[in-house]
Design a protein around this ligand. Sequence first.
Ligand SMILES: Cc1cc2nc3c(=O)[nH]c(=O)nc-3n(C[C@H](O)[C@H](O)[C@H](O)COP(=O)(O)OP(=O)(O)OC[C@H]3O[C@@H](n4cnc5c(N)ncnc54)[C@H](O)[C@@H]3O)c2cc1C
Length: 381
Amino acid sequence: MALTADVVVVGGGVIGCSIAYHLVRRGVKVVVVEREALGSQSTGKCAGGVRRQFSSSANVLMQQLSVRLLETLEADTGVDPEFRRIGYLFVLTSDREVDEFRRLLPMWHQFGVSDARWVEARELRELAPMVAGDDILGGTFCPSDGIASPHAVTSGYANSARALGAKILEGVAVTGVEHSGGGVQLVRTTAGDIVTSAVFNCAGAWAGEIGRMAGISVPVEPYPRNIFVTDPMPAATRDHPMTIDFGTSFYFHPEGDGLLFGMGLPDEKPSYSTEVDWTMLEAMAGVVEHRAPKLAAAGIRTAWAGLYEVTPDHQPILGPVDDLEGFWCACGFSGHGFQQAPAVGHLLAQWFTGERPDLSLEIFAHRRFATGNVEPERNVI
Ligand SMILES: Cc1cc2nc3c(=O)[nH]c(=O)nc-3n(C[C@H](O)[C@H](O)[C@H](O)COP(=O)(O)OP(=O)(O)OC[C@H]3O[C@@H](n4cnc5c(N)ncnc54)[C@H](O)[C@@H]3O)c2cc1C
């Protein structure tokens, strides 16, 4: 007998688990299909950053909601998300960056991020004692942003979804999405077919493949990113802010008794490789020595690599697609999906069950790639 479901969620990362939880809470019959283990892919490789300092107001609003939902996650699911408000600091070194971030501050305040503020270079170095460099022109700092645990958030949503009746299949891959008469009918998996009229594509870096199974173009590409964690560093306090050197994308934050750091490169190529690229240490060396010399002197304890899931405008794709009834997207988070997961699950579950979503998701619509109604997110690293 084939399984039946109101919704099949493809992918059990933080996004799929949040959506499953918020749907099942509203009485929807959900099956989650995860090829590997829950939260083991991009979610399990992520740096855990949670911030509101985005260039697009839709992302600022989404993050305000996500932070509120993180605050109630323990009451809702019984799991502490380990949200530590160590603050988020953008270090700025060019006049263009300064103009842009000074322009964004009033927008952040307008949408409720009231404690985000401008900091001059001297104060910035006091706030973030690991930071060095006489090229710093200033920065923006939001003390109530911070870091949370991807594992805790994912398992909080997954365990509660399961307890509320969701069926979660691990080690099972989706291999096909069948449709007829313009609507989804069946999801094929390595463990058999699931009869359904709705699919949520939460397959992260593989979202394009799920799109192709349904005949829908989902423009998400995988970009490998490396994370390195240092040996214990007594100079790095546990409350050192998450720090982003915006011009280079080099970032770091406290991790255990050391620091976690990473950086993107301008000439990255799409790939599904998750082998650690140790040559990155050399590629980053000049930047790290200049911006955080104490970090540069530390030994490396461990490293891993995961995939960013990147869209052309660095915005996620959220909601139903026009060309196939019942095919919904929640993918393409372009490196900031962990922090958006609480809001995305809540808003899409509202939408799916006929409630009016608390926020407009129009700029995230799949159709924007056809209509050109695109507002790129610029504060991505
Ligand atoms: C190095 C790094 C640092 C990051 N730092 C941050 C950060 O600080 N803050 C932040 O907000 N975000 C960060 N991100 C981004 C964040 O990790 C992702 O945006 C987020 O985890 C996306 O969640 P997801 O559930 O969509 O994807 P995933 O966690 O990748 O889940 C998708 C799942 O789909 C499954 N799947 C794929 N194909 C199939 C199939 N055919 N059948 C069944 N299952 C399938 C996969 O196995 C996978 O588990 C970072 C990412 C990386 C790589």
